[in-house]
Design a protein around this ligand. Structure first.
Ligand code: UDP
Length: 474
């Protein structure tokens, strides 16, 4: 298999880079030659993950291409996701991404890989692949359910409902899923012009691509894995959950950024709590939380009196209500992590029983792997679809209530009573335990899926065979 060379090209956001690096680790563990292409300012984020392949036959190679938007006559732009916190620089970044095409193609010409696995944000890689007569495989970073729902919603243009808050049923999918227009991505305004253009290009490029790899496993969403292939007629391989390749403590500790808390301190705190008694609250790597929302969360956590780990961003630190930290420290009830949390390490700990999540796809999968019950609190992107999978299809979580898609990635507007109620439900013995039981059943299925003979393992084998056959046909 060493003759098969796969090139990975992840988008630079953590929610895309982390799983795609895991995919590369998975391929390397099957003896394939793998190269990840990235920009110089993103490369350092991959080094830890790549070390996981030390025991593989082939070390993952990193190929750095320079991001020189300035030279292409575009305004200077950062490709560091930490520095992109609003739509304007994000749009500039999207506009500048095609400047990577030339150095990317130089590498492809020189190295002649068997295939390119490229992120949805690089639609032009379909063109590159055609030029070099190799397959381009798309990676969207989400699951089958969201892929199917977004396709059906897109076909509707403007869903028929009497108002933006009136539910409509998503047509043609296996379950009765109700959404409202205000939960859908609102990309019509001028500020999303660039983003919308890239989304359209991405959908078109995906349709012309050889296929799609999906970070999911068949047993999690079987009806949607079939729907995507059989009804929407897309060629797809499910190979996840790819984060399972983070097996040991070190791998789980540092995914993406360096953790803001000492691992021993975090584990000691978790070890001191009874099994299933801790609720973990995190909104991922992009969503911001308004100061009033931070206040409501703090008040709710104090009132519901559960053990908790709450992750807040560095820039939100000063917004925590005065006296809150001292009070929770005195009661030894809570741990606040300011900055990057070792999320997988936390969710895998047996004292964690609940997860308040924004429903980024990686977080949903990590919650499933932790066997926890979730409070689904979506904010933007395709998170509202993932939330429906969690609450209505898998029934491993409850909804936070009436929230709407935020054009500024801001978590806001939920009152403490709703938070208290949702936390009490997932941490409770009645509904909460039933959800945990279902989540733990899925966790076992996930583990089996990636073992030899499992559904994800077998789909990856099929994929590798397809890639090798493609080369021999040319
Ligand atoms: N993550 C982490 N620590 C943090 C925040 C995020 O390890 O403090 C990881 C998380 O485990 C997940 C990824 O970053 O693997 C975030 O991806 P997700 O799809 O959940 O959300 P996004 O950040 O893309 O909105």
């Amino acid at each position: 298999m060493a003759s098969c060379h796969v090139v990975f090209f992840p988008f630079i956001a953590y929610g895309h880079m982390i799983p795609m690096t895991d995919v590369a680790v998975l391929f390397a563990s099957r003896g394939l030659k793998t190269t990840i292409i990235t920009t110089s300012s993103s490369a350092h984020r991959l080094t830890k993950s790549i070390q996981k392949t030390i025991n593989c036959t082939h070390q993952i190679e990193l190929h750095i291409i320079e991001f020189e938007a300035g030279e292409a006559g575009l305004p200077p732009v950062s490709d560091n996701p930490d520095q992109i916190d609003s739509n304007e620089p994000f749009s500039r970044l999207l506009e500048a991404l095609p400047t990577l095409q030339e150095p990317f193609e130089q590498f492809i010409e020189k190295s002649q890989p068997n295939c390119i696995i490229a992120d949805m944000f690089f639609p032009w890689t379909t063109e590159t692949a055609a030029k070099f007569n190799i397959p381009r495989i798309a990676f969207n970073g989400t699951g089958f359910f969201a892929l199917c729902v977004s396709q059906e919603v897109m076909k509707l243009h403007k869903p028929n409902a009497s108002s933006d808050s009136e539910p409509f049923v998503v047509p043609n999918i296996p379950h009765e899923i109700k959404l409202t227009r205000k939960q859908l991505p609102q990309l019509e305004s001028e500020e999303f012009k660039v983003f919308l253009k890239v989304v359209i290009q991405s959908v078109e490029a995906e349709a012309k691509s050889y296929g799609v790899i999906v970070n999911s496993f068949y047993e999690l969403e079987p009806e949607y894995a079939r729907h995507y292939r059989e009804v929407l007629k897309r060629k797809a391989w499910h190979i996840g959950p790819v984060s399972i390749c983070s097996k040991n403590k070190e791998d789980k500790l540092e995914r993406g950024k360096k953790s803001a808390i000492d691992e021993h301190e975090c584990l000691k705190w978790l070890d001191s709590k009874p099994s299933g008694s801790v609720i973990y609250i995190s909104f991922g790597s992009i969503v911001k939380v308004s100061s009033s929302q931070l206040y409501e969360i703090a008040m709710a956590l104090e009132a519901c009196n559960e053990n908790f780990i709450w992750v807040i961003r560095n820039d939100e630190e000063t917004l925590i209500p005065e006296g809150f930290e001292a009070r929770i420290a005195a009661k030894e009830k809570g741990l606040i992590i300011k900055g990057w949390a070792p999320q997988m390490l936390i969710l895998d700990h047996e004292s964690v029983g609940g997860f308040v999540t924004h429903c980024g796809w990686n977080s949903v999968l990590e919650g499933v792997l932790g066997g926890v019950a979730m409070v689904a609190w979506p904010v933007m992107a395709e998170q509202f679809y993932n939330a429906k999978l969690v609450t209505d299809v898998l029934r491993i979580g409850v909804s936070i209530g009436d929230v709407e898609w935020s054009p500024v990635s801001m978590c806001d507007g939920v009152k403490r009573v709703s938070i208290e109620r949702a936390v009490a439900t997932v941490m409770g013995a009645q509904e909460g335990d039933a959800m945990r039981l279902r989540a733990q059943g899925l966790k076992e299925k996930a583990k089996r899926a990636v073992e030899e003979g499992g559904s994800s393992y077998s789909d990856l084998t099929t994929f590798i065979e397809n890639m090798k056959a493609f080369k021999s046909k040319v």
